[in-house]
Design a protein around this ligand. Structure first.
Ligand SMILES: Nc1nc2c(c(=O)[nH]1)N[C@H]1C(S)=C(S)[C@@H](COP(=O)(O)OP(=O)(O)OC[C@H]3O[C@@H](n4cnc5c(=O)[nH]c(N)nc54)[C@H](O)[C@@H]3O)O[C@H]1N2
Ligand SMILES: Nc1nc2c(c(=O)[nH]1)N[C@H]1C(S)=C(S)[C@@H](COP(=O)(O)OP(=O)(O)OC[C@H]3O[C@@H](n4cnc5c(=O)[nH]c(N)nc54)[C@H](O)[C@@H]3O)O[C@H]1N2
Ligand SMILES: [Mo]
Length: 755
């Protein structure tokens, strides 16, 4: 690890800090959105592009997976959606001259922000063995090299096919088909680092690994929990739904170690009064929980519901198993452990239970604050217990709401991007295409890194994403990538993964959501599935960033041909995406008559048995209440528990800018938020520059150098800093039970004054 700050962000060393904001969006949000867009696109392109985001004839916002309502505003986007669009629709370009000027070794020292600012990739590039530069290469040659390296492997399982969650349904479907036709289920994806824990917990307990609520349910709920989520930054349009729920009388309970601005107050930029007014207070109750305290909190609430006889016996008898064991377990609840784990008082928890017993329709929303801990799966199972106890699944205004990240991460899974496919899915694929797909389970993200490290995976192909920056244990992961024979990335923008290469490397530039996709049969559209199981079409209108771009679908189909995978209609699927959709309609349940229904305005909603019929397709045919052991995560004295979060100015590894407006940070990202009393106890002043040093059982020193301490009202004993700068601290083998998700929200660290 180098101790120097990134060479191109001089301001990064000295961020300016002011008190955090108490409300989200409103006028500052609108002006920031427009400033970013103008900088990247100019005024005319800004107007043309932003007006088409999330419209029924437009393109799906490439930002988050929050659904669009039925009544769309002319401007159905948010500040951060606008930044995501501007990032893609930018007029800046990365050309062959750029790569001639900048050796790869130099690019590897640039910050994520600088790399992203260079603009859109314009033509395929190849790094030959031993070279320190990328050079232009034609598509045919690029795909021939990829095919040659894949074919030369001793086994198809020596390849890994990664996917990030922006890939459309059509591209995802052909991509998983290609991997399986080639012979492997090695399909790691960003979900492995994201909502895998939710999928694991929900499939086991409810039989479906997705959320059970629609947007209108949020409007009808009378109590909404927002747990481990920062919607003001990451799902800004969710605030409109919460505001509407409140107008209808709902109460909101926010559970978070940080007093996030978006949870406290909201000024709706879609309404004139929202720009200047005081805005709507959102959270009625703010539970400032310690990191990792949520299992304890929900267990305590469940115990109180039992004590008060406030459970729905009829529902439980008719639809669930496991009540007796759960009751026995909760009777032994250790309140001291609950208070220690949560950092809350018994009164706060009792008062929350009062909210619960008064509510008829409850929804629990959550995101990464619940999914990225060692005990995430048990924690989410306990949330399911909580909802089941009062019959809050499968009726209007109630249910589970894991809020997804990438705009099509849920759809990619539905299309078969999963390393452990079900037998039913493989059977359907076999029947449709007349081949025998591999049955052995493949590698998830963490296992793929281990396999590269151990020389067992030698070719890496990334469909989008930024693998070396998004994954944990940066030093280990970078070495693993460098040991590959070939690393190749289908990308829109330059990122760090292009600079940490195997012996040979390829950059395969592709169309973005905002762009026209014209194939031999004419203009194409693609489809996506949002966080609530709504499937709809997305059509780009802008001219492609370069004439040399291919769509993701075209790249995959041409690779299929280059690999000589016969018996698949690669050319036909590339020519006309309707052909792909016809295949999907026969393979994936819920997509019957896909081509007709996707053309209906607004699309269609996928079936969800628990939501629609209170049927639970688990192994036992009923919803399962589960017994989850409460273990308090104790941190040694003088240490803190660190969570790694997003600033307001980034999309995962894409850094838009160096500000985090709501948290009061400007002009820098190397900050660590710590409670003032913890700083005092450690004898470290606010504003001191420290190294963050990870402590893990393997004794390896993991150090993230040069972070400015910021005294901040977070929960005691907890710290927060931004990812990806802190990924170096997340040990590769520190993962969640069952889901194997890196524990990016609970890392034990110490602060060392920088030398
Ligand atoms: N603008 C923008 N939008 C995005 C993204 C982006 O980077 N930028 N990323 C997209 C993606 S892929 C995803 S997955 C989502 C992520 O959306 P979020 O999950 O909102 O993202 P994080 O920044 O990881 O924030 C985690 C939140 O959980 C809280 N938290 C952390 N640990 C705990 C805990 O133990 N308990 C509780 N109760 N709370 C905790 C943190 O304080 C923080 O508020 O957003 C998506 N949308
Ligand atoms: N420490 C820590 N680590 C984390 C997290 C955390 O909270 N803390 N969060 C995790 C989560 S939730 C996630 S989802 C992962 C994200 O992991 P990834 O999905 O791998 O990362 P992104 O930063 O979203 O990927 C950005 C890149 O995608 C490419 N791209 C953008 N649009 C397109 C497109 O339309 N097509 C193609 N082909 N490429 C495109 C661009 O080149 C861009 O540089 O990170 C995880 N890592
Ligand atoms: Mo995510």
């Amino acid at each position: 690890m180098s101790r120097r700050a990134p060479i191109d962000d001089p301001g990064d060393a000295a961020p300016k800090v002011s008190p955090p904001k108490e409300y989200a969006a409103g006028m500052p949000g609108v002006t920031t959105a427009l400033r970013h867009s103008w900088e990247q696109m100019g005024a005319r392109r800004t107007a043309l592009t932003l007006l088409r985001v999330n419209q029924k004839q437009g393109f799906d916002c490439p930002g988050c997976a929050w659904p669009e309502g039925d009544h769309r505003h002319a401007a159905e986007f948010c500040e951060n959606g606008a930044k995501a669009v501007a990032e893609e629709a930018t007029v800046r370009r990365v050309t062959r001259e750029f790569f001639a000027r900048h050796p790869i070794s130099e690019l590897a020292g640039r910050s994520d922000h600088w790399l992203g600012q260079q603009g859109r990739l314009t033509e395929p590039m190849l790094k030959r063995e031993g070279a320190d530069h990328y050079e232009p290469v034609g598509w045919d040659e690029a795909l021939a090299i990829l095919a040659e390296e894949l074919t030369a492997l001793d086994s198809p399982d020596e390849a890994a096919f990664y996917t990030s969650g922006r890939t459309s349904n059509e591209a995802a479907f052909v991509y998983q088909l290609l991997a399986r036709a080639f012979g492997t289920n090695n399909l790691p994806d960003c979900s492995n680092m994201c909502h895998e824990s939710s999928g694991s917990a929900l499939s086991e307990t409810l039989g479906v690994g997705k959320g059970s609520v629609l947007l209108e349910d949020l409007h009808k709920a009378d109590l909404i929990f927002v747990v481990g989520q920062n919607p003001g930054t990451n799902h800004p349009r969710m605030l409109s739904a919460l505001e509407r729920a409140k107008k209808g009388g709902a109460r909101i309970v926010a559970v978070n170690p940080l007093p996030e601005a978006g949870l406290l107050r909201f000024r709706n930029p879609q309404r004139p009064s929202g720009l200047a007014g005081r805005g709507t207070p959102l959270a009625d109750r703010f539970l400032q929980i310690r990191l990792n305290g949520d299992l304890a909190l929900f267990q305590a609430l469940n115990r109180l519901l039992l004590d008060r006889g406030a459970i729905d016996r009829r529902f439980l008898d008719a639809h669930t198993v496991g009540l007796e064991e759960l009751v026995k377990h909760l009777e032994r609840l250790d309140w001291d452990a609950v208070l220690e784990a949560t950092g809350l008082t018994r009164e706060q928890i009792e008062a929350t239970a009062d909210d619960v017993t008064r509510a008829e329709r409850i929804i629990v929303c959550w995101a990464m604050g619940l999914t990225q801990h060692r005990n995430s799966v048990p924690t989410i199972r306990e949330v399911v217990n909580f909802l089941l106890l009062r019959g809050n699944i499968g009726r209007p205004g109630a249910g589970v709401c894991p809020v997804r990240g990438h705009s099509n991460v849920q759809g990619d899974r539905t299309m078969g991007i999963v390393e452990r496919p079900s037998a039913a899915f493989l059977d359907a694929l076999a029947a449709e295409f007349g081949f025998e797909p591999p049955r052995e389970h493949g590698l998830d993200t963490v296992r793929a890194i281990e396999a590269m490290r151990d020389g067992k995976v030698k070719v890496f192909l990334g469909m989008g994403g930024n693998f070396v920056r998004a994954t944990p244990d940066s030093a280990v992961t970078e070495a693993a990538m460098r040991s590959c024979r070939l690393t190749a990335h289908v990308s829109t923008k330059l990122n760090r993964s292009h600079t940490v290469t195997g012996r040979r490397a390829l950059i395969l530039p592709t169309l973005g959501r905002t762009e026209r996709d014209v194939q031999e049969s004419g203009p194409q559209f693609v489809s996506v599935e949002d966080s609530m199981g709504m499937v709809h079409a997305s059509r780009g209108r802008l001219a492609p960033a370069s004439e040399h771009l291919l769509s993701e679908v075209a790249i995959v189909c041409r690779l299929g041909r280059a690999l000589g995978l016969t018996g698949f209609d690669w050319a036909g699927m590339e020519r006309d995406y309707d052909v792909i959709r016809n295949h999907i309609s026969r393979v994936v349940p819920g997509f019957e008559d896909f081509n007709r229904r996707i053309r209906e305005p607004g699309g269609f909603v996928l079936p969800h048995a628990p939501r629609d019929r209170r049927e639970f397709p688990t192994l036992v045919g009923r919803a399962r209440l589960t017994v989850n052991e409460l273990e308090v995560l104790r941190v040694p004295p003088g240490r803190l528990l660190l969570q790694t979060v997003r600033s307001h100015d980034q999309f995962n590894t894409t850094v838009y800018g160096l500000d985090d407006r709501y948290r009061g940070v400007r002009g820098g990202r190397r900050v660590v938020f710590v409670h003032p009393d913890d700083l005092a106890a450690l004898g470290i002043a606010d504003g001191t520059v420290v190294d963050l040093v990870g402590e893990w059982r393997d004794g390896v020193e993991r150090r993230a150098p040069g972070f400015r301490t910021v005294a901040y009202p977070t929960a005691r004993g907890c710290a927060a800093a931004y990812f990806p700068e802190t990924n170096v601290l997340v040990p590769l083998d520190s993962t969640a039970e069952i889901s194997n998700t890196p524990t990016s929200k609970s890392i034990v660290i110490r602060l060392e004054p920088a030398g």
